[in-house]
Design a protein around this ligand. Structure first.
Ligand code: SAH
Length: 217
């Protein structure tokens, strides 16, 4: 039942122009979104909408995740840091995109959600993704430099220590703006040294990034 629905949603995301890259289409066809949801929302797994995952947090709509991943230009073998593990779904898609030769670490400040993400990733076959509990606004020095950093909660600005942890040519994608409203999906590319180029990719709506360089709780 879910397989058919997954195919249909991926077909729609392609038709609507959200998904164009073959490796991302393959990833969305493979990762079972239902395996990352609370039981009561599993029927909505392939509806293109954000869904509640507990602790006041949500998993983004598939079309939004497609925008994030398309604009990050992910490649096999890259090392990727995600800030905001939530359900673990986006991290599983990242693991598909970078392949077995790549590396994915995802950070989560709420330990219950980190446990939820870890369990979901394990049961769906993505146990290789490392889930770290902590304030992701500080980044994760142990695995730095990162080829890609994906922030899935809204930051007040882009001046995060995360930029320092990017490899040369690396990209950081983040929603930047106010609480839930007036947010823009931005991608910062590290040209060389400390030189950064920022591109805007349209409006979005995310839960707040809370931490030392984020919003206050
Ligand atoms: N990517 C997730 C959805 C993330 S929702 C998925 O695929 O399901 C955003 C998440 O960011 C929430 O779980 C929230 O608790 C977390 N978060 C907010 N501020 C954070 C911070 N400073 N460090 C790590 N995680 C944070």
């Amino acid at each position: 039942m879910f397989e058919e629905e997954r195919e249909r949603l991926v077909g729609d995301l392609m038709k609507w122009g959200y998904l164009t890259k073959p490796e991302l289409i393959a990833a969305f066809k493979k990762v079972p979104r239902e395996g990352f949801l609370q039981e009561k929302s599993q029927d909505l797994a392939y509806s293109d909408q954000p869904l509640y995952i507990g602790n006041g947090q949500t998993i983004s709509a598939p079309s939004m995740i497609a925008i994030m991943m398309q604009t990050l230009d992910l490649k096999r073998g890259q090392s990727v840091l995600e800030i905001g593990a939530g359900s673990g779904y986006n991290a599983a898609l990242l693991a598909e995109a970078v392949g077995e030769s790549g590396k994915v670490v995802t950070m989560e400040r709420i330990s219950e959600l980190a446990a939820f993400a870890r369990a979901n990733l394990r049961k769906t076959g993505y146990g290789r993704v490392k889930v770290v509990v902590g304030d992701g606004t500080l980044g994760y020095d142990e695995g730095a430099p990162w080829d890609r950093i994906l922030v899935t909660a809204c930051a007040p600005n882009l001046s995060l220590p995360l930029l320092a942890q990017l490899a040369p040519g690396g990209k950081l994608g983040a929603p930047v703006g106010e609480h839930y409203m007036f947010q823009t999906w931005k991608v910062a590319t590290k040209i060389k040294g400390e030189e950064i180029k920022v591109a805007d990719h349209g409006g979005c709506s995310f839960v707040p990034l809370i931490g030392a360089y984020g919003w206050k709780e």
